[in-house]
Design a protein around this ligand. Structure first.
Ligand code: UD1
Ligand code: UDP
Length: 373
């Protein structure tokens, strides 16, 4: 007789939802599991955009987001809120993804109840606890006691082995973001009108090369973000170029970007795009400028050069594959590297090769297979 396993997936921000929805779909469709979902609501609007597109209905929603929330208030709310859900649900397995406060607290609350934790996107390490901050420490905490480590790449698996994680607990699966990207791309292919909302801005910038931009990292707040804004302003002056920049809802991002870039002719500052429209932005962009983790994984998969506005990355695979380049947050360096790609055909062609170091889009069945054993 098969034993039904109760699996509680816990997530709370946009990137976690994007990387978890394919797994939630698969667990819900599999008779071996009783699949439950708890969202922390660490994000609200940006989380709800994904829940709606993926048609996920959480069993628990802690609705924890507060304007400009501090890490300590968020952490304490998460720990007690998720703890209560675990006491009510008593799952056999808890699944968390990545390195957010929700992932760290979800795992810790499970550990406090001796519930085994599955960590999706395990083993990413920059080697610097301040970049990205606080994510490097969040994922190390989860990695220190998870029962299953689903590493997206061999590089990530090696990092876990270096930390003495039991090799039998490490499974190289690919990153579920590629599963998500395949799902969204096939929805757009079936029904292009789903991603037609960018049409007005596409018309406005017709004939120009589009540069897609995202930026939100906490360690870049202040000086780093001012420098990024100044670089975008310079790039917007270049001939035949236009910027599409969906702004993260964090007020620390919006304030500076609105004041530095609002009203510029060649810059479209937008509300966060839902995943369908962000996939369209990736598609129409000549290159991406970003400090995001997820975008570093998606852009190489689509053959879009990506300039990473960070000092270090825990995703060296894109850089090694030649489709991503670390440019830091220095204004002049960002502008110079962007100009190089726009002006040097060979440099562009060398980066614009579809290459997928982050998986084949089958991470989810591999994870499900391990959890079912
Ligand atoms: C969080 C994660 C980060 C991840 C990022 C993805 C932590 C510590 N940080 O950072 O790892 O890369 O999400 O985007 O877990 N806000 C809204 N609406 C939303 C979302 C955010 O208004 O839908 C605003 C709120 O004022 C909120 C603030 O943004 O207080 C910050 O949100 P928070 O989740 O604490 O941090 P992020 O910078 O988004
Ligand atoms: N994304 C989105 N809309 C946007 C910007 C990003 O759907 O306006 C998606 C993007 O495709 C990627 C994820 O959000 O999958 C990345 O999230 P974010 O940059 O917020 O967090 P990070 O990956 O840095 O943790």
């Amino acid at each position: 007789m098969t034993v039904l396993r109760k699996v509680l997936s816990i997530f709370g921000t946009r990137p976690e939802a994007i990387k978890m929805f394919p797994l939630c779909h698969a667990l819900a469709a599999d008779a071996r599991f009783d699949a439950r979902i708890c969202v922390s609501g660490q994000h609200r609007g940006m989380l709800d955009q994904v829940l709606e597109i993926a048609e996920l209905r959480p069993d628990h929603d802690l609705d924890l987001m507060k304007p400009n929330q501090s890490l300590d208030a968020l952490t304490s709310g998460l720990l007690t809120g998720i703890g209560s859900v675990l006491d009510a649900e008593k799952p056999d397995i808890v699944v968390v993804q990545g390195d957010t406060a929700t992932a760290m607290c979800g795992a810790l609350a499970a550990y406090y109840r001796k519930i085994p934790v599955a960590h999706v996107e395990a083993g990413l390490r920059s080697g610097n606890i301040h970049h990205p901050w606080p994510e490097e420490v969040n994922r190390k905490i989860v990695g220190s006691f998870a029962r299953w480590h689903f590493a997206p790449t061999e590089t990530a698996a090696a990092a876990l082995r270096r930390e003495n994680v039991e090799p039998g607990a490490i499974h190289v699966t690919g990153n579920t973001v590629i599963d998500a990207l395949h799902w969204i791309s096939s929805r757009i292919a079936d029904q292009p009108s789903l991603a037609a909302g960018l049409a007005p801005v596409e018309q406005r910038f017709e004939g120009r090369r589009i540069i897609g931009v995202t930026s939100h990292r906490r360690e870049n707040f202040g000086e780093g973000m001012a420098s990024i804004a100044a670089a975008i302003r310079d790039i917007a002056q270049l001939e035949d170029v236009a910027i599409i920049f969906p702004l993260h809802l964090n007020p620390n991002v919006r304030k500076i970007m609105d004041s530095e870039l609002g009203g510029l002719d060649n810059v479209a500052l937008m509300e966060p795009l839902d995943y369908l429209h962000f996939a369209r932005l990736l598609d129409i962009s000549t290159l991406m400028l970003t400090d995001s983790g997820g975008v570093q994984e998606e852009a190489p998969a689509l053959g879009k050069p990506v300039l990473v506005m960070r000092e270090t990355t825990e995703r060296p695979e894109g850089v090694e594959a030649g489709t991503a380049r670390l440019v830091g947050t220095d204004r002049h360096r960002i502008v110079a590297e962007t100009r190089r790609l726009l002006e040097d055909r060979h440099a562009y062609a060398a980066m614009a090769r579809a290459h997928n170091p982050f998986g084949d889009g089958k991470a989810v069945p591999r994870i499900v297979d391990v959890l079912a054993r």
